[in-house]
Structure formats: C-alpha cells, structure tokens
Write a protein that binds this ligand. Sequence first.
Ligand SMILES: Nc1nc2c(c(=O)[nH]1)N[C@H]1C(S)=C(S)[C@@H](COP(=O)(O)OP(=O)(O)OC[C@H]3O[C@@H](n4cnc5c(=O)[nH]c(N)nc54)[C@H](O)[C@@H]3O)O[C@H]1N2
Ligand SMILES: Nc1nc2c(c(=O)[nH]1)N[C@H]1C(S)=C(S)[C@@H](COP(=O)(O)OP(=O)(O)OC[C@H]3O[C@@H](n4cnc5c(=O)[nH]c(N)nc54)[C@H](O)[C@@H]3O)O[C@H]1N2
Ligand SMILES: [Mo]
Length: 743
Amino acid sequence: MGSDSKKVQWQEGDMTVTRTCSWTAPGCHDGCSVLYYTKGNELIKVEGDPESQYNFGRLCMRCLSAPELVNDPNRVKWPMKRAGERGENKWERITWDEAYDIIEEKVRSIWKDYGPESIVTAIGTGRNIWSLVPKLTYSAFKSPNFAMGFLAGDSCYLPRAAAMGTMIGDFFIVDASQLDPRRYDNPEWKLPECIIIWGNNPIISNGDGFLGHWIVDMQKRGTKLIVVDPYLTWFASRADYWLQLRPGTDAAVGLAMLNVIIGEELYDKDFVKNWTYGLEQLAERVKEYPPEKVEEISWVPAEKIREAARFFAKAKPASVQWGLAIDTQRAGVSVANAICALVAITGNLDVPGGNHIIRTAFGVDRLAHVSSDWGLAELSEEMRAKRLGVDEYPLFKYGLCATARGDSVLEAIETGRPYPIQMYWMETTNTFVNTACDAKRVYAALKKVPFVVVVDPVLTPSAVAHADLVLPASMSVERDSLRNWWWPLRSISKVTQYEEAKTDEEIVLDIGKRLNPEAFPWDTVEDMIDWALIPAGVTFKELEAKTVMWPEPHYKKYETGMLREDGEPGFNTDTGMVNLYQDIFVEWNLDPLPSHMEPPYSPVSTPQMMKEYPLILTAGSRQWEFFHSEHRQSATLREFHPNPRVSMNPETAAKYGIKEGDWVWIENNIGKCKQQAVLDPGWDPRVIHGEHGWWFPEREAAEPTLFGAFESNINNLTTMCTTGPTGYGAPLKNTICKIYKAE
Ligand SMILES: Nc1nc2c(c(=O)[nH]1)N[C@H]1C(S)=C(S)[C@@H](COP(=O)(O)OP(=O)(O)OC[C@H]3O[C@@H](n4cnc5c(=O)[nH]c(N)nc54)[C@H](O)[C@@H]3O)O[C@H]1N2
Ligand SMILES: Nc1nc2c(c(=O)[nH]1)N[C@H]1C(S)=C(S)[C@@H](COP(=O)(O)OP(=O)(O)OC[C@H]3O[C@@H](n4cnc5c(=O)[nH]c(N)nc54)[C@H](O)[C@@H]3O)O[C@H]1N2
Ligand SMILES: [Mo]
C-alpha cells in the first residue's frame, strides 16, 4: 500500500483489516459495508461492518463465502483469444495490448463498413458497471445500442422505471429511514403503519438498492404487512393480508384495490386535488375492475382485496415495496402504473415513512450507480434514432433507464434488419444460461454474430459457446470504485489483485482512450473517480478516509420546487402533476390508463393448451445461495443447494406420482428442462416454481455439454419477443407447463 493511501485499515494479528463497501463481482444489488481480512494479497474472510448504518454488521451467506469465489483457481487469469472453433474451449493466452489491438481494429473496420450501430453491448442486472458500459458504448464504440442483454421485455426494473418516468418523473423507494445515519432514531422519520410487499421477496433479494432486513427492523417496531405473491414467502407468513394471486394478474388486483379506494373515497383528497392529473378517467377505468370480477381473474377472494385495500388506504404513512414480478409480465408497465397510482392517491409519495422520491446522494451517478445515459449526449440525434426498438416502442426513448430493447436486438441479429449486427460485447451477462428467455434461440442467434467479446471473472458457458475474446474482470475486493445506489455515498477500495485481471473501470478507460480519447480525458481510474465525485466535493482519497457520506434528506420535494429544473413546485412531468392518466400514451397509441392483460399462455389465453400443459409455471424466485448464474462454483453454497429445484404443492406432486427429491421434467411447447422436486404447501396446487440460472461448472466445458447449461435451464421454456404493446415486460414468471418424473 502506498504511503498516500487514505484507506481505513488496521492490523489484527497477522491480518490486515480494511473497512470498505462490497458490490460486484460476484453479483449483488446491494452494497453492504464490510471488513475485509487479508494476508498479503489473499482475502481470508469477510465480515459485515458492525458500525455501518446501512447493514448494521449483517451480511448474506454469499458475501460471507466471497473468499471462495475470489480465490477460485479456475477464474479467467489473463486475456484469451479463441484458438479452436467456437465451443471447443481452446484458447490462446494473449497480452492486454494484443487484446486491445484486436478490439480496436475490429471496431474501426465495423465503423467503416457497417456503421457504429452494428455494435451492440450487453449487460445484465445492476452490477458495478451499469454506468460504465453505456459510456463505453456511446463514447468509445459510438453506438446507440446499449442493451440489457437479451432480457425479454427488458423485464427487470425497466418497466417500473418507464412507468415512473412518465407518471411521476422520478424514482421512488420505501423510506425505511435509510436516508439519515440516525436511522430509526431520526425524529423526522415516521414508522410506516403498513407496507405492501408486491411481487418481491426482499429478505432474499435485497433488490434495487434496498436491504430487505430493513423491513424486518420495521416489523419489529410495529409495521404491518400486506403481501401480494403466489407463494407463502417468509414475509407472507407474517403478513396481516396475503393475496395469493394467479401469476401474471397483478394489474387486475391493483385496479380492484383502486376500485375500492376510489369508490369508497378513501383517498387523500388534498393530494389528489393539488398534485395529480386524471383521477376522473382513472375512476371510470377502475369501475371495470370490481373485486368480484377480479376474484375470477386472479383467484384472490374479493373480500380479501377489499379489506387489504381499506387497510392500506387508512394506514398513515404507508408504502409499497415492489419487485421483479411487476416487470415480468406483458402488462408490466400497467401494473407499475396501477401501483404508482395507489401510492400517490393515498398521499404516501415523498412523506416520511412513505415512498420516498429519490435521486442519488449528492447527484453522484457516474461509476457509482445504475444510470444508463453516460455519454449518450455525444451521439447525434440521427444516431440515437437508430437505437434498436425505439421506432416501434417509443417508450424506450423516455424510460428513466432507456436501453436498446433486448428482443429487438435478437430480431436484428436473426434477420439482419433494420441492419446487421457485427459485434456483441458482453460485460456481466451469461446470456442463454440465465439472462435470456428461449435459451436455444438466443444461443443459435449469437453464433451468427461475427465478433463476440466477453468480460467476466469466470469462464461461463456463454464465453465458451460464443466468445472470440475473453477478458478477465476483477472482483469487488480487487477494485477501486464508488457505490451510490441510492444512499449513502461510499467508496469501494481495492485490497487484492488476481493474476492479470483488470477492473471494469480500467478496461473501459483503456479502450475509450484508444478509440475516442477526447471523451476519456482521465489519465488514471483515480482521475476518473475524482471527476465523478466533483458534485460531492471530495476526492476519492478523501472519501476513502471517511468511507461514507450522507447528504441531507428532503421530504415533500414537490412542494418546494426541488424536483423540477424550472424550480417550480410540482413533479418532473409534462403536467407537473402525477399523471394518473397519461396523455403521452395516447400520442403513442398506447392505453393511457392501466389495464389487465393476460399472459400469452394461460388458462384464459390458451384454454385449449391447458389439457396438455395443465400447470402454471412461475420461475426464477431468488435463492439465498446464488446471484443468477453465479456462485455455482462455491463448494459451501452448493452444499446448501446442490441441485436445481422445482417446487410444488404436495397435492400436485401426488397427482403426478412425484416424490420429494425425484428428478422431474418440466416441459411445454417451447422446450423442457430437468430439476429436483421439492414438496411445498406454500404453492397453490395449480402453480409450480422452477429455478433459474443453473449450470454446472464442475462438468465438461466444451460443446455439446457446455457445463450442462441446457439441462436444467428454466429458460428453455420461456419466450422472447412476446412483450406487451409498450415493448416492456415479458412473461418470465407466468407461462404454462406439464411435469413428469424423469427416468
Ligand atoms: N440472492 C439473490 N438476490 C438477488 C438476485 C439473485 O439472483 N439472487 N437477483 C437480483 C435481481 S436482478 C433482481 S431483479 C431482484 C429480484 O428480486 P425480487 O423482486 O424479490 O424477485 P423474485 O425473487 O424473482 O420474485 C419475488 C416474488 O415474486 C413472486 N411472484 C412470482 N410470480 C408472481 C406474479 O405473477 N405476481 C406477483 N405479485 N408475485 C409473483 C415469487 O413467488 C417471489 O416470492 O433480486 C436481486 N437480488
Ligand atoms: N426465468 C427467469 N429468468 C430470469 C429471471 C427470472 O426471474 N426468471 N431474472 C431475470 C433478471 S431480473 C435479470 S436482471 C437477469 C440477470 O441476468 P445477468 O445479470 O446477466 O446474470 P448472469 O446471467 O448470471 O450473468 C452475469 C455474469 O456477470 C459476471 N459478473 C459479475 N459481476 C461482474 C462485474 O462486476 N464485472 C464483470 N465484468 N462481470 C461480472 C458473472 O460472473 C456472470 O457470468 O436474469 C433474468 N433471467
Ligand atoms: Mo433483475
């Protein structure tokens, strides 16, 4: 360590302890404050920082197992160039300079022969690269096509972000007192009387910068829960109301709750009058969704919907903690619109203990956050208009996290229209193994792309099947970086180095300097981080010395002009109000109000198919041990969870002659996969659940095995290009299937 280092470090016996924050790799949505214990260059153990007002010393089992992944001898050690055919797993070790030479030459020749738009970059979920890869795409490759991989319908947070964008103009998050270091003792904060947990299991997933245990903390202080989930989760089992709905019918349930709240005039009349637009039209629409009708659609008893709606409307303050299952349906944007309306009309927007309107602490969002527009302004109007998907789906231009649409990228690769794709850059996505639906279709499509680069710490099935170049990425303990999703602002400090791995920051800066040096004016990553920190008024070294910075929170910002650029009171929308009715949707030929939409395959959409595929399949609920397709290398985590599991009600199992632990085929018209049965009365007998992300690093890498990436892959059964009319939201968690015992 250099003498100018400002890291917070001390010795304990023969170990050095560093206080910092952990993000990715391996993957995580959270950034828990940690103590790293190292001996020389080796990470020995990780502990939760007991002084942290973020995670209060807590850590999940994945972070506690980090040394196993960090020290894994099978990680990618140096840049590698494909030696054999794609899929043969034959590689030649090359230097970083050789790798960069290849990339530079390819990019320049694609610019000349096809145009920059023929280059697509792909990321997965909110890892510590979300703002970097946009910068690489727009500024270095000069392409508009930054995509959330092949995630069908961009069905992770982006439907919610699009809905919030046009309806509220800002993001919101449950105010669990995380805005102030005094936390639950902050006198300005109020304990929510009620929280709805909707399509989310935050105790396992800690999604989108929200730590699930904060809800447990609030329950201990008296907060009551309503849970909207087809499964009896830990929270559902402790809720006052559990609405066990049929997967993919959330919009109907939301509209029925609005029907009750508006019909019984339980809404906040002052807020609605002063700060919303279109209640009359919404009131007309929700008349189409009386609880009795919605009971038929959703299987949730009408009386339960009524009681839950009244309980929520009368609780002050109250909030909604929402999750992925909102997005994973064709009606994703509608579901999100209905939920935004519930939060708004009950007067819970931006009040203490409600749903807080949130921007990044100190406005630091480069490197630190999941913003997707860094560098976008450098592209011409004409180039931006070439972004795949925006022609057909204009909402993709306006969402708070706009991307090229994954399904449209797939269609472009398959058909060469509107233009052929020449290069595909994967940085944090294990495509057909996990991110994409219809695994075989995406696998086949990527074989057609002439030049594919993978940047990953691990040699994944995606790298073996498709990569021409593999670049070794550093893990969290090996990188200097920032964390600011949402609050507080923290530094991430490098404490070890793995072989020749480089951080995503280094890789993007190196390539940027070669292809467009004016847009990358920093000499070092530290310079770049210092630049990103200008709004916070500190340097990286100064932040490292503090480890954390909290800005001052503000409530009811719509009253004080803090949300709009013109400084006027109101929301950051076209009307200045919360748009319960969306004029702009009319312009785009979209329904301006939320509505229910059946999944493409369901008892209602395809009744004739239910004879053959009688069960509803929901998939990919988060597991304690894994982050998507990651962590399968860890012997400890695999001891807890050795194989993929399909869960079903014991009644369902008995009907199909299946016993606990049997290997079971899950099959539908798209494909099939094999998982091991778990009998669980928490599921409705008509619904089963399959896990996502499975491959087996212990198996043969080369094709056709590809680490067993197709054997238990639940996305063998899901579909690409079946989104709703907004282009957002796809049925990842609501299709149909049959099951039978595997011999
Ligand atoms: N350990 C771990 N944590 C993770 C991840 C991980 O892979 N592992 N992934 C991260 C990512 S990218 C995300 S997006 C988040 C997602 O995290 P969450 O939002 O918690 O998403 P899931 O766990 O997929 O599903 C949440 C709940 O939705 C329910 N559900 C299924 N179908 C429906 C439906 O149609 N309607 C409703 N209302 N509920 C339904 C499931 O039963 C489940 O309890 O987690 C993040 N955190
Ligand atoms: N059926 C079904 N399918 C789903 C889901 C579901 O609920 N059901 N969930 C969907 C959702 S919400 C999402 S967001 C996607 C997630 O999909 P992704 O986020 O794409 O996750 P992975 O496919 O596991 O690929 C992540 C890769 O990034 C690497 N990695 C991790 N951290 C870093 C880092 O900091 N830098 C670099 N360079 N590499 C890193 C890992 O080693 C891994 O190989 O999956 C989707 N797939
Ligand atoms: Mo996600």
